[in-house]
Unconditional design. Structure first.
Length: 360
């Protein structure tokens, strides 16, 4: 190095610095995105649900639109979906109402059996300890009655927010189903000409990945719910239909949701049918986890993009920390969409270089 010349930087340091500032920019953008979603999470959730409904119902709308006007096809399909959802909820409500008396009796008997087993070897728990726990629970409810009432009133406020979010999601899905292509074309035309091609490539990759993931995760949820419902019904566990519905909803949180839902089913089985049936339900957690992890989720990712299970787990945990249960649900499809867009743009850039003769 000659006197007065700038010091030479090692190549690996230059490369590390280049990646470091890019990672900082990406991290800042991701943090800003989650902060924005946290600030306006109702709107973000509504748009996300509208996109989910669009991904699920658009193939049906396209088929119905062959014989009807597009507006009529959208209205008919949405009404059919609403009737289906309300029918399932009605079925669950009737199942709970029909088994309420039996369930209360079985739970009372089951709690008594659990207390007697805890008093026997090898636990040898003091009988007064359990009654003391029950008295403390009753005392806690009595002392915090006003707080519980306040929470109930706050829950009514949250119910209004949920209904508003669902209404906005339905409103959004109507326009997405009816004229989503025209809305996307209008958005693309507002961009500079130099960005339109890449935006088109990234947008198509994002929608293809999102629809593939949505269809796949719904398939996983349906299969899990059917397997759980049949197994609980064969075992005689009460509330088999509501617990199957809980499994369907929980399956939208990959790797974590299903074990949590089945743990609830195991508690119900323990109280109602005893430890043997509860052990069978716990074994069911392992079996369904293996089916989900080694068969269903690889199928889902093959329809969308392949993500390593570690990436899925980290995404779910990070999403739940950033935005609660909503973040846990949204995290994996968001990461899948971002990665598919990056991959599509990189492939498009490589193809352009080959055409220009500047590539390898």
């Amino acid at each position: 190095m000659q006197p007065g010349s700038p010091p030479q930087v090692a190549p690996f340091l230059r490369t590390a610095a280049a990646y470091a500032w890019r990672l900082l920019v990406v991290g800042t953008l991701v943090y800003a995105l989650f902060a924005l979603l946290g600030r306006f999470h109702e709107i973000g959730v509504a748009v996300f649900l509208g996109l989910v409904v669009t991904a699920l119902l658009r193939p049906v709308v396209d088929v119905v639109a062959r014989g009807l006007p597009r507006s009529a096809a959208v209205a008919l399909t949405l009404l059919g979906g609403i009737v289906l959802v309300l029918g399932v909820l009605t079925l669950v409500g009737e199942a709970v109402a029909g088994q309420r008396t039996t369930l209360v009796r079985e739970f009372r008997d089951g709690v008594g059996r659990i207390e007697r087993r805890l008093e026997e070897p090898p636990f040898r728990l003091d009988p007064g300890a359990l009654s003391d726990v029950q008295e403390r629970i009753g005392q806690f409810l009595s002392d915090h009655r006003s707080a519980l009432v306040s929470d109930a009133v706050s829950g009514a406020h949250h119910l209004v927010a949920v209904l508003t979010t669902l209404a906005l999601a339905l409103f959004s899905s109507v326009f997405f189903l009816h004229s989503g292509d025209r809305q996307w074309a209008w958005f693309r035309e507002q961009l500079p000409v130099s960005l339109r091609g890449r935006t088109e490539v990234g947008g198509r990759a994002a929608w293809r990945t999102f629809t593939g993931y949505t269809h796949g995760i719904v398939l996983v949820a349906v299969v899990n719910a059917v397997l759980v419902g049949i197994a609980l019904w064969l075992l005689g566990v009460p509330l088999a239909v509501p617990l199957a519905l809980l499994e369907f909803v929980a399956a939208f949180v990959p790797l974590i949701g299903s074990p949590v839902a089945l743990a609830v089913a195991a508690v119900v089985a323990l109280a109602a049918k005893g430890p043997f049936v509860a052990a069978v339900v716990i074994a069911l957690i392992v079996v369904i986890g293996q089916i989900e992890g080694h068969v269903l989720h690889p199928l889902v990712m093959s329809w969308a993009v392949r993500l390593h299970p570690l990436v899925v787990a980290v995404s779910v945990v990070a999403g739940s920390i950033a935005a609660g249960i909503v973040g846990a649900v949204v995290a994996v499809p968001l990461v899948s969409v971002v990665w598919s867009v990056v991959t599509a743009l990189r492939e498009a850039r490589a193809a352009e270089r080959l055409v220009d003769g500047t590539g390898p």
